[in-house]
Design a protein around this ligand. Structure first.
Ligand code: FAD
Ligand code: NAD
Length: 480
């Protein structure tokens, strides 16, 4: 092993949480190293983590390609735009996605260079005393030491014991982002975020998609009124979502030269089978902490394998921090961004904090689903008095002009103080609109504040304005 190298900060993992931590630490004048084990499709190191390689970015590229294709067939007609024999070349679509991934993973390498961050490509392990060993891809090992180590190892897909990934017929997000052709029949286990987004991609391209969800309620994490509207729209699109469906077995069978997967599940009517060409298993993710910690580091994992941290992402071990998907809180890239920045600033002696109560959620389906803050069912359960204002996109001129009138905005405010407690949206463009709610909540805004702020006409954001006015029963464009 070569001589030990010293840094102010070592970051293990160059995903959204890790690369933000590394860049901010370097901006603050700290000598920083960042280690990442991942390889891209070309077998070369690729920075950016799950998000850039096999998560947020590639999924949005495919969502956009498939949306264009779907709209060409289903939406353009009403504008008088017709075309004969629209076709999609899946290879070209995947190639476009790969190009975008390469652009962004390469972008992180350039940012590291510009900020003088030393990258190490290989598997990092924390040793006692803030030492980190890196087993590099060429087989050599290097030893690093730093005053502060930030663990940003991210997460991996959960595998079901009766549906093991084979990379061919039973896949996770990695496989489902790389099908070489549209499967005739796609099964999805789990109607969560990945199941809905990637299920939508392949449905729009012509696959018959059946989603098996164990829970009796659809999108239990979302506000139930929003989930209901979304479920209705997905049904119209032909996504077959079966609730209360518990999968107990899968079997890969030969069908001529090809293979198919027979999935056994039980619902309220008893045991059933579903036969598909490809099966996507998207039942959640777990912290990627396997092998990350050598014996004796003192860093603790909780029952789910997540690294235990306090409100400031400190592990309780001197100089050891953890951020992103490998710690509590929502597994979202932007939550990791904020934690990475906050920890780097805390290390540099600045104030740093992340408010987990105002992290926005977005599901990039059509219509999009987004929210910030508490749902009506959460407020009911905790006994907080609240009032609600809703407004449908069907009464918003811009949404109707765009041919996308589905959905609504719901603003929930405290019954007495009028402070905004949550904003829930389903409809066109709500991935952007939700930030008005985030901003209002961060500034401790009330529904009345939003109602008194001028919104341009005709825009989609008028739905927020009217929903805020509806909280006090003064919406102009609907009966209160
Ligand atoms: P990761 O992105 O997982 O990065 C961790 C990195 O650390 C990886 O590169 C890994 O190889 C490396 N690593 C781990 N252990 C070691 C080790 N011991 N040594 C060296 N390197 C190591 N979130 C959103 O906010 N919006 C979205 O639209 C969105 N879409 C998604 C779509 C899909 C299909 C998936 C799977 C996820 C999506 N997510 C989305 C979630 C998002 O990708 C994660 O929340 C985010 O990537 C977490 O960032 P992270 O830095 O904590 O971890
Ligand atoms: P998820 O937690 O969103 O959904 C998993 C779903 O699977 C749940 O509805 C759960 O009830 C169901 N389930 C669990 N076990 C099951 C079983 N045995 N049979 C049938 N259903 C079962 O998980 P995901 O879709 O795998 O995504 C993982 C995480 O990645 C998300 O929670 C999110 O944090 C992140 N992500 C975010 C985005 C985004 O922000 N747009 C997109 C994709 C992924």
């Amino acid at each position: 092993m070569s001589e030990q190298q010293n840094f102010d900060v070592i970051v293990i993992g160059a995903g959204p949480a890790g690369y933000h931590a590394a860049i901010r630490a370097a901006q603050l004048g700290l000598k920083t190293a960042c280690i990442d084990a991942a390889l891209g499709k070309d077998g070369k190191p690729a920075l950016g983590g799950t998000c850039l390689r096999v998560g947020c970015v590639p999924s949005k590229a495919l969502l956009d390609s498939s949306r264009q294709y779907y709209n060409l067939q289903h939406l353009f007609g009403e504008h008088g735009i017709t075309t004969k024999d629209a076709k999609i070349d899946v290879g070209t679509m995947i190639g476009r996605k790969d190009k975008i991934v390469k652009q962004f993973t390469g972008g992180i390498a350039m940012l590291f260079k510009a900020n003088k961050i030393t990258p190490f490509y290989g598997f990092g392990q924390l040793q006692p005393g803030n030492v980190v060993t890196v087993k590099q891809h060429d087989g050599s090992t290097v030893e690093l030491k730093a005053t502060n180590v930030i663990l940003a190892a991210g997460s991996d897909s959960i595998e079901l014991p009766f549906a093991k990934f084979d990379g061919e017929n039973i896949v996770d997000n990695v496989g489902a982002l790389d099908f070489t052709e549209t499967p005739k029949r796609l099964g999805v286990i789990g109607a969560g975020v990945i199941g809905l987004e990637l299920g939508s991609v392949w449905k729009r391209l012509g696959a018959e998609v059946t989603v098996l969800e164990a829970l009796p309620d659809f999108l239990a994490a979302a506000d139930s009124e929003i989930a209901k509207v979304a479920a209705k729209e997905f049904k119209k699109q032909g996504l077959d979502i079966k609730l209360g469906a518990k999968v107990s077995n899968t079997e890969i069978k030969s069908k001529g030269k090809a293979k198919e997967v027979v999935v056994t599940y039980t619902d309220a009517e008893g045991e059933k089978t579903l036969t598909v060409d490809k099966l996507l298993v998207s039942v959640g993710r777990r912290a990627a902490t396997k092998g990350l910690l050598a014996d004796g580091t003192g860093v603790k994992l909780d029952a789910r394998g997540m690294i235990e941290v306090d409100a400031h992402c400190h592990t309780g071990v001197n100089g050891v921090w953890a951020v992103g998907d490998c710690v509590r809180g929502p597994m979202l890239a932007h939550k990791g961004f904020e934690e990475g920045i906050a920890v780097a600033e805390l290390i540099a002696g600045l104030p740093g904090h992340v408010n987990l109560d105002t992290i926005p959620w977005v599901i990039y389906t059509e219509p999009e689903i987004a929210w910030v803050g508490k749902t009506e069912q959460q407020l009911k359960a905790e006994g907080t008095p609240y009032k609600v204002g809703t407004f449908p996109f069907a009464a918003i001129a811009r949404a109707v002009a765009m041919g996308e009138p589905a959905g609504l905005v719901k603003v929930i405010a405290h019954e007495e103080t009028d402070l905004i407690l949550g904003m829930h949206l389903v409809g066109v463009g709500v991935s952007e609109l939700v930030h008005e709610g985030v901003l209002a909540m961060e500034f401790k805004g009330s529904a009345d504040d939003l109602a008194r702020i001028c919104h341009a006409h005709p825009t989609l954001s008028e739905a927020i304005h009217d929903a805020a006015m509806a909280v006090s029963k003064r919406a102009i464009h609907k009966a209160n």
